[in-house]
Design a protein around this ligand. Structure first.
Ligand SMILES: [Zn+2]
Ligand SMILES: [Zn+2]
Length: 245
């Protein structure tokens, strides 16, 4: 299976990067992990077939992680004439947030008649949820729960494990999310100056021995982090980058 970073940027387009969106493809998997405001542009740029995507996981309700949904849904309905079912998966509250978001982005679309079956699946926290061929365990992380509960994910599929921190400052939940994972994607907004709700790399470094992922890729970097990438001993994401898992 593979995962492509359709977007690995922060909320502000730092470094010209697109908002968070990862495209995950496996034998029976075609999913997005987050769908930030710019994601339809990046999916188009990478020529990713939106009609083949079955599932979209949403980590939390900030626009750089969910803001692309109205564009995705409208394109699916009006342009791509989608018929394939689509499942949106996210934190408790997803159903209400989805309709609020649609209505705010394109007034009148709350009642939009879709051509395809749409399922809104609110996750049970702290336990495995079965979503198609994927088992996902969502963990509550420490970000800004006005946009939450904000989640990190531990995905299991085809004998592989992918951990994704979501947006968060250090929390011990990250040990469970990333422990021994084939791929652990962790936000690293700052290098060494802590900011509330986001990861400072020094905090992650102190606990890496407890997480021991097989591969770690840093994402969601600020301009400060991007400028210092050359100093890092870690792999960092790039838009368009494909990772074999
Ligand atoms: Zn973010
Ligand atoms: Zn956020």
């Amino acid at each position: 299976m593979h995962l492509q970073f359709a977007g690995c940027g922060d909320a502000f387009g730092s470094g010209g990067r697109f908002n968070t969106c990862f495209h995950w493809v496996g034998r029976n998997i075609n999913a997005l992990i987050d769908c930030g405001a710019t994601s339809l542009v990046s999916l188009n740029k990478l020529a990713i077939n939106r009609n083949a995507i079955d599932i979209i996981f949403i980590s939390h309700f900030h626009a750089d992680h969910i803001g692309g949904l109205p564009f995705f849904i409208l394109e699916a309905t009006h342009v791509l004439k989608r018929e394939r079912p689509l499942t949106l998966v996210g934190p408790p509250g997803l159903k209400a947030r989805y309709f609020e978001l649609m209505e705010a982005a394109f007034p009148g679309t709350k009642a939009l008649e879709l051509r395809f079956p749409l399922t809104l699946h609110e996750l049970d926290l702290g336990r495995r949820n079965a979503i198609g061929a994927i088992q996902v365990t969502p963990f509550h992380v420490v970000h800004d729960d006005r946009a939450g509960p904000c989640l990190g994910f531990r995905f299991e599929a085809d004998g592989k494990i992918i951990g994704f921190s979501g947006d968060t400052e250090w929390t011990d939940a990250l040990i469970q999310i990333g422990r021994g994972a084939d791929l652990f994607i962790c936000e690293a907004y700052m290098r060494d100056r802590p900011v509330k709700g986001h990861m400072v790399l020094t905090a992650l470094e102190r606990r890496l021995g407890q997480i021991r992922p097989k591969r770690l890729i840093l994402t969601h970097m600020s301009t400060d982090m991007l400028a210092r990438r050359g100093e890092l001993a870690y792999e960092t994401a790039e838009d368009g980058m494909i990772v074999e898992i």
